[in-house]
Design a protein around this ligand. Structure first.
Ligand SMILES: [Zn+2]
Ligand SMILES: [Zn+2]
Ligand SMILES: [Zn+2]
Length: 396
């Protein structure tokens, strides 16, 4: 214990990355060095700038939760454009559409799901036309990995301090992490080896306690029953404070000081660089416009038939697709994603798909009037803006 006291009283400000062996043997709270007096540090402040040393490969890393310092991958890590030229097979672009029976059933189901829609029009309607407006959706997914660093602090609890003395810190992109499932967003955080050091806590000046802000260290506050007068409205003595006008501070239980939150009362902080590795699936989507009057936003809700799927480390744009706008969208998407992500992230994998989304516009007659609706997606969803006889409950 004598060694511990010596080590800690040597400097109150910064311990730097001192010989880790002296810390490795240090155990338990630092009761011996916490002064009995209460410090003047009222609220934890930002740690001083000198606390963070620049670590090679992590220059400019800041403290806190501000999103971290972005660490672009070294250029030799950017994946080469791999794979050959893979235009989709151009076999069956024929257009399926719903039958009258399916269209009627879809509308009946639609009316049934709306609490006050009558199903009568759906059951009684007379079909006029079923017009296909099938369309294609192109989707490019680019799965990226990005890395950033931040200085972190944690109350020091006597654990081994992995400082630069045990070796140089590995470069950000040399740290091995397990890649999660492809095309799924996730984040992992790694303590960068050999970046740890110990510093005295800046919030409590290493004492482990801070002055209570509610009572300013006095342990007592103005009585809230009598507002400090010591008397009740009837001029009787206030029973809560026995007429003193002051009562015990509940925030610090009358002691005038509280355990420092920054160091959890330990007086020392462990500083280290945290590497954040973020995997993100970036999606580009385009739906060919068939000028059917159907609101394109609704396509997000449905799936179509997958006509083409291609997955590579980097895909090449689709060419010669029957709908030229899809080829154009693919070209734009591949360029856009490359421009957007290649310089800041590592592109791990790309996948692009083309789906055929069925859309049928149904025109029908009910009670002498013309109406229309759309059946769309593999789910046979219905979009019926002008469904007749909307409120069956008010008619009844
Ligand atoms: Zn502290
Ligand atoms: Zn009182
Ligand atoms: Zn207090």
């Amino acid at each position: 214990m004598a060694a511990e006291g010596q080590t800690l009283s040597g400097s109150r400000q910064s311990y730097g990355a001192v010989d880790q062996t002296s810390y490795a043997s240090t155990k338990g709270p630092f009761g011996a060095v916490i002064p009995d007096h209460v410090t003047n540090g009222e609220e934890p402040s930002a740690p001083p700038a000198y606390a963070m040393d620049d670590v090679s490969g992590y220059e400019g890393t800041a403290l806190g939760d501000g999103g971290g310092k972005h660490l672009p991958p070294p250029s030799n890590l950017v994946t080469d454009r791999g794979g050959g030229h893979h235009p989709p097979a151009q076999t069956h672009w024929n257009i399926p559409s719903v039958s009258e029976g399916e269209a009627r059933e879809a509308l009946i189901q639609y009316a049934a799901r709306k609490c006050c829609y009558s199903s009568a029009p759906a059951k009684e309607m007379v079909f006029r036309t079923l017009q296909p407006f099938n369309t294609y959706r192109y989707r490019l997914e680019t799965f990226t990995e990005s890395r950033s660093s931040e200085w972190k602090t944690t109350p020091y609890r006597g654990e081994f301090v992995d400082s630069f003395l045990t070796g140089p810190a590995p470069l950000p992109w040399d740290i091995q992490v397990e890649v999660p499932a492809m095309f799924t967003d996730s984040i992992t955080r790694v303590k960068v080896p050999h970046t740890s050091s110990l510093k005295g806590c800046h919030s409590c000046h290493c004492s482990g306690t801070v002055r209570c802000t509610k009572c300013h260290g006095k342990g007592k506050v103005q009585c809230w029953i009598c507002d400090g007068s010591g008397k009740r409205m009837s001029n009787d003595r206030c029973t809560h404070c026995n007429g003193s006008g002051r009562s015990r501070c509940t925030s610090c239980s009358g002691s005038g000081h509280k355990t420092c939150k920054t160091c959890a009362g330990r007086g020392q902080l462990l500083y280290y660089i945290e590497l954040q590795v973020k995997w993100q699936n970036n999606i580009f989507e385009y739906v060919a416009d068939q000028r059917s009057g159907f609101p394109a936003d609704l396509f997000k809700e449905v799936t179509g038939q997958k006509m083409f799927v291609d997955e590579q480390s980097m895909v090449t744009p689709v060419v010669n697709f029957p709908d030229a706008s899809i080829s154009q969208a693919s070209q734009n998407a591949v360029v856009q994603h490359h421009t957007q992500f290649a310089s800041t992230s590592r592109l791990l994998r790309q996948r692009h798909t083309i789906e055929l989304i069925p859309v049928t516009k149904v025109e029908y007659e009910w009670q002498g009037k013309l109406y229309s609706y759309y059946v769309y997606g593999d789910e046979n969803k219905v979009y019926a803006e002008n469904y007749p006889k909307k409120c069956c409950c008010s008619i009844m």
